[in-house]
Design a protein around this ligand. Structure first.
Ligand code: GLY
Length: 373
């Protein structure tokens, strides 16, 4: 089942190389991907899809297209285009770091290290966190962390590994610890975001940007937490991170609906109109597969996590993937970017396509994505 889904994904990605040209897909409108000239937070996912496709197939068409995206990311960093946010980790882990991992390209390694330095500029020592959005001191966002940021930390852990400079690791660990303390709730659900006093670092309150309400659990946020804490465990071996990733995963997989693919928020009322977020299921699956990398063969949590992944991925392949729809641009239908905000509430989202293929390749080939080497 996975192999057919992978082959279908690669065929679509190949057509998309010509279709997209030098542009990068973000989310779709009426089944057509919106394209941008490498100016969005999501552009690394297209690069990552190309690298995964190359790694699986050895096909140079994917390699050349992926290399072109890295050249674009080099220019983006040189020109400092739209890098005033924390998603530098998504952008450069899946583009230049992927190239370093697959090709050992020294320029790509240096570019990735430069990107880590850009991310470090968002460190706010008073509060001991990485500021997600907006300029330093920003009234609305200056004191705000978001759970998605856990997926940007691997860039810093990796920079520590490569340079030996402890500052990268210290920042990543401090941010992961704060996220664990304030974003993860006692019942293993999660806040999307949390606010701190910018001057004193005092914790203020949880909140949301894309969830149903401030105290709800946005499914994609929960999925970012599963994968993000698993990766913090990979790099640090702090057992608290692994335990947190497992707890978040259990909350997620305990709440799979009938067709095994989650709605957009665990607290959103469910009726015939309720939107899904297929990308959350893809991210949670890839994240749970990362957790499984760290569990012994007889670990009591193994069977539960394996079942959660199998159900989620089979649900995606069976009912959400565009398998057999030859002209489809996206790999997964029914992703949502921001349901409450009315942005791509029921569409292709490029990160959904990326994590779907990453999870399929983890299952079929044991690939790990490009969060570490
Ligand atoms: N990291 C932004 C999002 O998941 O929409």
């Amino acid at each position: 089942m996975w192999k057919q889904a992978i082959e279908d994904a690669l065929a679509k990605t190949k057509v998309n190389i010509t279709r997209f040209g030098d542009l990068f897909p973000h989310v779709s409108e009426n089944d057509i991907y919106d394209l941008n000239p490498n100016t969005d937070w999501t552009d690394g996912f297209w690069s990552g899809l190309l690298w995964l496709s190359y790694q699986y197939s050895g096909d140079q068409a994917f390699q050349e297209a992926a290399q072109k995206t890295v050249a674009s990311f080099k220019q983006r960093l040189a020109d400092n285009v739209a890098l005033d946010h924390h998603d530098i980790g998504f952008l450069y882990s899946l583009s230049s770091k992927a190239q370093w991992i697959l090709e050992g390209d020294e320029d790509a390694k240096q570019l990735t290290l430069q990107a880590a330095d850009v991310l470090m500029k968002r460190w706010r020592p008073k509060g001991q966190y990485i500021q997600a959005w907006g300029p330093e001191g920003d009234e609305q966002n200056g004191g705000r962390i978001i759970i998605d940021c856990l997926m940007n930390l691997p860039l810093l852990y990796w920079a520590y590994e490569k340079t030996g400079d402890a500052k990268y690791q210290e920042v990543a660990v401090a941010h992961a610890d704060l996220s664990r303390r304030y974003l993860v709730r006692g019942d293993d659900s999660s806040y999307h975001t949390f606010y701190f006093d910018q001057e004193t670092g005092e914790p203020l309150r949880g909140g949301t940007a894309q969830g149903y309400h401030d105290g709800s659990t946005w499914t994609r946020g929960q999925a970012w937490g599963i994968y993000g804490f698993a990766l913090s465990y990979h790099y640090t071996k702090n057992p608290l991170y692994l335990e947190t990733a497992k707890r978040l995963a259990r909350y997620f997989f305990d709440r799979l609906p009938e067709d095994d693919v989650v709605y957009w928020d665990f607290n959103a009322p469910v009726n015939a109109e309720t939107k899904r977020d297929s990308s959350a299921s893809a991210i949670a699956s890839a994240g749970a597969l990362e957790i499984l990398e760290h569990l012994a063969a007889d670990d009591p949590d193994r069977a539960y996590l394996e079942a959660g992944v199998q159900r989620s991925m089979a649900g995606l392949v069976k009912s959400y993937a565009t398998i057999g729809k030859e002209d489809a641009q996206g790999l997964l239908e029914r992703g949502s970017y921001s349901v409450r905000g009315g942005a791509a509430p029921d569409d292709y989202v490029i990160w959904g396509d990326y994590y779907y293929l990453e999870a399929l390749l983890r299952l079929e080939k044991g690939f790990k994505g490009y969060w570490y080497e």
